[in-house]
Write a protein that binds this ligand. Structure first.
Ligand code: PLP
Length: 439
């Protein structure tokens, strides 16, 4: 395909991008296969971030591509409003089997943002359905990212994503984040210190009256604000406090779901069962948009009351359970089962940990964090120029054939789960060279 013309460059308002900077020096991906992107100049780039934390099985997995091709020639679209197509039901059943505990009712969306907003709405509506409409507060966390819907940005903890958009949802409060480099720098896996940050939920209850709180939402590992694994015991304690006060616990597993932590979900990895689980990304291996909210059976049952003529939950999307997305997700689940992607991730994660932590001592490296195939190298910024060093490292890596992601001062690394040891070793060496080059 031809490179975009200047008019075409102007026309596309790119998401989460410094548009003018990008368009002065654009770079284009034209193809992908397995672990690599092909760039418009023909060069190969190792995808060190699985697209955007989504291509867990590697690019263009043949089984997923074949399923999409077959589906488009069979049923292109059918609504799931008062109608249905079988694949959506089959997929829901398979996902229910795949999910932890009794998270076995599934609501389909098209993205992580929609999954988050859907989960928040289910939580609020469930309390109301059982006659407890006084529970309207939602509790998020500082340094959380939950997508870009109004619900998601309200509970998220990133000022620059929120401050242009007015007062947002009423009745939202935030837990403190758990990032504590003074005590936990260079932790391998879950940091040892910080379980007490969960007790902030008790403090919030003391301020607001717990009987007004509907739900708490957290990413089991905060991803987009720099990969922050939870302190040992933190999620268990959050669960305990929620249970004590009748508060629902929502896990945003948009990144952590589908194998990235070496288990099917973070809930499995940490042994903590939430009441609702928001997912997307890896659900279709990134091949087509889809999200899913997993709901505990008892919560779903709370909606299935009263007259059967009425819509139980006035919510849904034109493309909820789109046939193409269902085909891709069914194929992706099959790939998970046949290739044991979570097992592959668990097997290679210790090596990933070693090569990342071997970067300690390189220029400006202030911290290294990892869990599963989710890793981060945090850098000290150039004085007075926040973020510039990490962006320069990202850029240098790309020039040298490696895609990583600068998030503030942090370089995030999250390769497809099928990455080899050689590829991980190469990734770390390219990153090492970039750190030295940029210094
Ligand atoms: N939640 C988390 C934890 C995410 O990391 C993301 C995206 O990165 C989202 C929600 C939003 O997903 P989407 O971009 O598909 O709307």
């Amino acid at each position: 395909m031809q490179a975009p013309t200047p008019a075409a460059l102007d026309a596309f308002w790119m998401p989460f991008t410094a548009n003018r900077k990008f368009k002065r020096d654009p770079r284009f991906v034209t193809g992908a296969q397995g672990m690599h992107y092909t760039m418009s100049d023909g060069s190969q780039v190792l995808d060190g971030i699985a697209g955007l934390w989504c291509v867990n099985a590697g690019h263009r997995h043949p089984a997923i591509s074949a399923a999409l091709k077959q589906q488009i020639d069979t049923l292109d679209y059918a609504s799931n409003f008062q109608l249905g197509h079988p694949a959506a039901f089959t997929l829901a059943e398979r996902l229910a089997d795949w999910a932890p505990a009794d998270l076995n009712r599934v609501f389909f969306t098209n993205s992580g943002s929609e999954s988050v907003d859907t989960a928040l709405k289910i939580a609020l509506a469930w309390h109301r359905a059982r006659g407890d409409a006084g529970r309207y507060r939602l509790i998020g966390r500082a340094r959380a990212y939950h997508g870009v819907g109004f619900g998601g940005i309200s509970v998220a903890g990133i000022a620059k994503h929120r401050n242009a958009f007015g007062p947002l949802l009423n009745g939202v409060d935030h837990l403190p984040h758990t990032h504590d480099p003074k005590r936990n720098a260079f932790s391998r896996g879950e940091p040892l210190h910080g379980v007490e940050h969960a007790d902030a939920l008790e403090a919030i209850c003391a301020v607001h009256d717990p009987a007004t709180i509907a739900a708490v939402i957290v990413e089991p590992i905060a991803g987009s604000t720099g990969v922050l694994p939870p302190p040992v015991g933190y999620l268990t304690r959050l669960r305990e406090i929620c249970d004590r006060h009748g508060i629902l616990l929502i896990f945003d597993e948009v990144i952590t779901g589908f194998g990235r932590l070496g288990a099917r979900f973070a809930a499995d990895r940490f042994g903590v069962v939430p009441d609702l689980m928001a997912t997307a990304k890896g659900l279709t291996n990134g091949a087509i948009p889809m999200g899913a909210v997993f709901v505990r059976e008892a919560i779903h049952a709370g909606f299935m009351q009263g007259s059967e003529a009425g819509v139980e939950f006035a919510h849904g999307y034109t493309y909820s359970g789109h046939p193409l997305a269902c085909a891709a997700a069914l194929a992706t689940l099959q790939v998970h089962q046949e290739e044991d992607l979570a097992g592959q991730c668990a097997a290679i994660a210790p090596y990933f940990e070693d090569v990342l932590h071997a970067l300690r001592g390189e220029p400006a490296v202030a911290d290294v964090r990892n869990l599963g195939l989710l890793g981060a190298v945090e850098l000290s910024p150039f004085p007075g120029r926040p973020g510039v060093r990490a962006q320069a490292v990202e850029r240098r890596c790309l020039e040298q054939g490696l895609l990583v992601r600068a998030l503030g001062e942090t370089i995030a690394v999250s390769p497809p789960l099928v990455v080899s040891r050689d590829q991980l070793a190469g990734l770390a060496e390219t990153l090492r060279a970039a750190l030295r080059h940029v210094d």
